[in-house]
Design a protein around this ligand. Structure first.
Ligand SMILES: [Zn+2]
Length: 373
């Protein structure tokens, strides 16, 4: 135990305390042992600050680790490390979590930064229809397709798994030892999975940010994801794309970009209704084009559904609760005409309320120095 900083042990005990508290409150199950295979990580922190005189106040910021711009980082208790991507500005943080994904080590820490959401968005309302063929169809005619590399990497992964289908990582109970080739294969497999995850994460982050910047009210369908996964023809396509993650990201970005995410009722017939005359007809999944039997309108199936989402009646809509942070609505009292009275910028806002919020931004950096291996 003396080899490592004591903060590692104290932070894991703190996590254990939190786990027990959550269990007693009935929020989660009984704490389980941490697996080294899943979520291999530990936390270090700068423990105490500098007290120049005994019994008096601590020097401000002396209990925080100062991070200088550049490709080097000093982690309290562990020393200096090289980073792959430079830290862009001078900042400070107290807690650092070091984690491993496949064969790479990362450090993550959070900064207290005041984030000011954009005052106005380009467009007021958008409906988004998620689909398997085309990842997302927006009601203004834009489409978002999933990256090709996602499918390619998935195929590669499948081939790799098929070729190595007989390798066993070993089983201590049955007395089977893992061969060197099996060990190598499992490391390679982990790298492939991490790569696939990175592609998906990058795609989802970029699209949700783009949407949150452009539109103010975002309407999506309440997808029955678990029900769709049960349909085995659709399951692979849906779980690959990460529809649930897409919605989760859009909802937590509400606080960051000042958007409103609205969910349209699951049973609202968005794909069966004609977006022009409101005629309802049955639309099996194979029919890609909506041709209305009443008014003769011909439209792409997904686009028709997206337009219907924007026109959905109010009683079919509910707001998505913001899980991360709370946005205090500050009324601009000084300027009732709709001018921003908070930042004294005098900018005319479309909405009366100007939003201001302190967010905890989490940064993740790849460590170059493979000292833990
Ligand atoms: Zn029609």
């Amino acid at each position: 135990m003396q080899k490592y900083p004591s903060a590692i042990y104290s932070s894991s005990f703190r996590n254990l305390k939190k786990a027990f508290q959550r269990w007693r409150q009935g929020l989660s199950g009984f704490p389980r042992m941490k697996s080294k295979k899943l979520g291999d990580s530990f936390t270090v922190l700068k423990k105490s600050g500098i007290y120049p005189v005994k019994g008096e106040k601590m020097l401000p910021f002396s209990n925080r680790q100062i991070l200088y711009p550049g490709k080097r980082i000093t982690i309290p208790g562990l020393g200096e490390f090289k980073l792959k991507r430079p830290i862009p500005y001078l900042c400070s943080s107290q807690t650092f979590t070091i984690s491993r994904v496949a064969d790479k080590w990362y450090v993550s820490f959070s900064l207290d930064i005041e984030r000011i959401p954009p005052i106005s968005h380009e467009q007021e309302l958008v409906g988004i229809d998620l689909g398997v063929k085309c990842f997302a169809t927006l009601s203004d005619g834009n489409t978002i397709t999933a990256p090709l590399s996602l499918k390619k990497t998935k195929t590669k992964l499948t081939k790799l798994q098929w070729r190595n289908r007989n390798k066993i990582l070993g089983n201590r109970r049955q007395g089977i030892k893992a061969s060197n080739n099996a060990k190598k294969y499992y490391q390679k497999l982990a790298r492939h999975h991490a790569h696939l995850k990175n592609i998906r994460q990058d795609f989802l982050q970029k699209t949700t940010t783009e949407i949150s910047r452009k539109y103010y009210r975002i309407r999506i369908e309440d997808l029955n994801v678990s029900g769709m996964i049960a349909n085995h023809k659709l399951s692979a396509a849906i779980s690959n794309l990460g529809f649930y993650e897409f919605r989760r990201m859009l909802s937590y970005k509400q606080a960051i970009y000042g958007t409103r995410v609205e969910v349209v009722d699951r049973w609202y017939p968005s794909s069966k209704t004609c977006s022009v005359c409101g005629h309802v007809q049955s639309m099996p999944l194979s029919r890609r084009i909506y041709d209305c039997g009443s008014c003769g309108q011909i439209l792409d199936r997904d686009l028709n559904a997206a337009i219907n989402l924007t026109n959905a009646p109010l009683n079919k809509i509910r707001m998505v609760r913001q899980r991360v942070g709370r946005v205090p609505r500050l009324e601009a009292t000084a300027n009732p005409k709709g001018k921003c009275g908070i930042y004294a910028c005098g900018q005319v806002t479309r909405r009366r309320a100007c939003r201001k919020q302190e967010t905890n931004i989490k940064l993740l950096y790849l460590l170059r120095y493979e000292r833990f291996v």
